[in-house]
Design a protein around this ligand. Sequence first.
Ligand SMILES: Cc1cc2nc3c(=O)[nH]c(=O)nc-3n(C[C@H](O)[C@H](O)[C@H](O)COP(=O)(O)OP(=O)(O)OC[C@H]3O[C@@H](n4cnc5c(N)ncnc54)[C@H](O)[C@@H]3O)c2cc1C
Length: 298
Amino acid sequence: MYDIIIVGAGPAGMTAALYAKRAGKSVLLIEKEMIGGQITYSPCVENYPFVKKISGMELADNLFEQINELGAEIEFDKVNSIEINGNVKKVICDSVEFEAKAVIISGGAKHKKLGLDREDDLIGSGVSYCAVCDGAFFKDKNAAVVGGGNTALQDALYLSDICKKVYLIHRRDAFRGDIDLVNKIRERENIEIVTPAKIVAFLGDKQLSGVELDSGRRILLDGLFVAVGQAPENEQFRDVMELDEGGYAASGEDCRTKTEGVFVAGDCRQKNVRQLATAVADGASAATHACEYLDSLE
Ligand SMILES: Cc1cc2nc3c(=O)[nH]c(=O)nc-3n(C[C@H](O)[C@H](O)[C@H](O)COP(=O)(O)OP(=O)(O)OC[C@H]3O[C@@H](n4cnc5c(N)ncnc54)[C@H](O)[C@@H]3O)c2cc1C
C-alpha cells in the first residue's frame, strides 16, 4: 500500500509528488495521457516566476526529472473511481487497482467543444483543440481560432507565424484575454478579427472546408482551432468530493475534500485563477496536508 496516490501528472500532481517524496512518503502518480498536463501544449511560458522564458514541455520535463530522482513511481493508466474502506483508499484504474492511505486528485481540465453537428467527426479532419499540437499541419494555409480568452489569443498569434491567414472569431466584441495579447493581435497583418460572430455550422463533408457564421457569412478554411474554455473531468470522483455546477471540486486552500484523506489540487479545483503558479501552489498545499493526515494516523 502506498502512502499517497496522486491522480494526474500535471504541474499540480507532480508538485504534490515532489513535496510528498521530500517528506519521506511513498508516492505513486497515475497519468492517463502525457506527463506534464496542459502546459506541454504551450511553446513559450513567460509568466512563471523565476524563469524568464521556457517551453511548457521543458518545464514539465524538469519537474518530472526532479520527482523521478526522488523516487516517485509512475503508472500510465486512467483512474475511474476511488473506493473508501476506512483509512484505506482503493484507486481503481482501467487495468489495475492500487491502495493508498491518502489520495490527491489533480486531474486538471479539458477543452470544451462548440457543440455543433459533426464536431466529433471532424476532429483530426480540420477541427483541432490544440494549436501547438496541430498548427504545423496548416503551414501556409487558412485557419481560424474561435474563442475570446488568453488561449484563443495565444493560439491566434502562434498560428499567424505558420499560416497564411488566421481568422479570430469571437461571439462578443470585447475579448476576455490580456490586453497585451489583444494589442499584439491587432498588429499582425495576417490576422482578421471577426466579432461579434458565432459559428453555426461546419462546411465540408469528411474534411472541414470552412465555417458558416450567424451573420450568414461563410469563411473558407483548412483548419479550425477551438479555444472556448475548459471543463474538469471530476465526475467519476463525485462520491468522494463535492462538485459545483461547473464540475469543479469544492475545496479551500488546504485542498481538503469532504472525504478524510482525499485531497484535490490544481485546475480541477474551484478557484478564480487557473495557471501554473496556482496549480503548483495547490500541489504543495495538498501534499503538505496529506502528509499531516498520514502522520495523524500513526
Ligand atoms: C495551450 C495552453 C497554454 C497555457 N499557457 C500557460 C502559461 O503560459 N502560463 C501559465 O501559468 N499557465 C498556462 N496554461 C495553464 C496551465 O497549463 C494549467 O493551469 C496547469 O497545467 C494546470 O495544472 P494541473 O496539474 O492542475 O492540470 P493539468 O495540467 O490539466 O494536468 C492534469 C493531468 O491529469 C491527467 N488526468 C486527468 N484525469 C485523469 C484520470 N482520471 N486518471 C489519470 N490521469 C488523469 C491528465 O491527463 C493531465 O496530464 C496554459 C494552458 C494551455 C492549455
